[in-house]
Design a protein around this ligand. Sequence first.
Ligand SMILES: O=C(O)c1ccccc1NCC(=O)[C@H](O)[C@H](O)COP(=O)(O)O
Length: 268
Amino acid sequence: MAEKTGATILDKIVKHKLTEIAEARARVPISRFEEEDLFHRECYSLREFVLSPEKTGIIAEFKRASPSKGIINDQVSAANVTQGYADAGASALSVLTDSQFFGGRINDLLQAREANTIPILRKEFILDEYQIIEAKAIGADIILLIAAILTPESIAKFANTAKNLGLSVLLEVHNQEELERSVCDDLDAVGVNNRNLADFSVSLQHSYDLVNLIPDNFLKISESGISDPKTIRDLKQAGFNGFLIGENFMREANPGEAMKDFVAQINA
Ligand SMILES: O=C(O)c1ccccc1NCC(=O)[C@H](O)[C@H](O)COP(=O)(O)O
């Protein structure tokens, strides 16, 4: 089991998540996940889709709510929104499965999987290998490992488990210290979260400060607080390959159309 450190909201999320995992383990054994058809499918590669010249590099997130904003949009379906994102050129999708803090559902990811043929990130607070095996069984292609809530040993172990299942691994860091202690061989991508998870302040400067410290063999992803198409040009120029965007699209009645308009403006 991973150890926790860090900020207040993360403390609350981790505490709740550990209880949730213990309950899930008692309810659904791992052997059940291994029986699912989705568990045996071949995953889409994050690297391939993010680097595809036909895609935008955007990882578009289905996010109903968040601790920083409360409800963002609870009037839309995961199937419709994620299909709209894929039509708008998303390289990958991100679907929150945490219900307590983000209003997400496992069923949202199942719906997104059914509707799309691009990689899907299971956006979760992973603290246990159980959640990684579950991610594969519900149709995810990518898992997120958050440096702020995991030890370097847990990150290396979880990344290795994910790779053995054919999943891509995105490590999320917020500062240089987290980056230096957490990087390991089995990662595919390193994401810089521009949101400070302690006070929710957002600054793109975190991305610019860290981009050159991320080893070049990993995809470089800038995460959170992106709302201006011009920012994508600047982040690309700085060396980023991918851009994780949630709220800017989700706060609109039609997130897929919002993404289409955004993409049209990137190179306008
Ligand atoms: O979004 C939050 O309020 C939040 C709070 C605590 C932990 C994580 C949180 N967000 C997770 C994310 O990483 C974002 O959903 C993702 O990067 C997209 O960000 P945005 O485009 O700003 O919605």
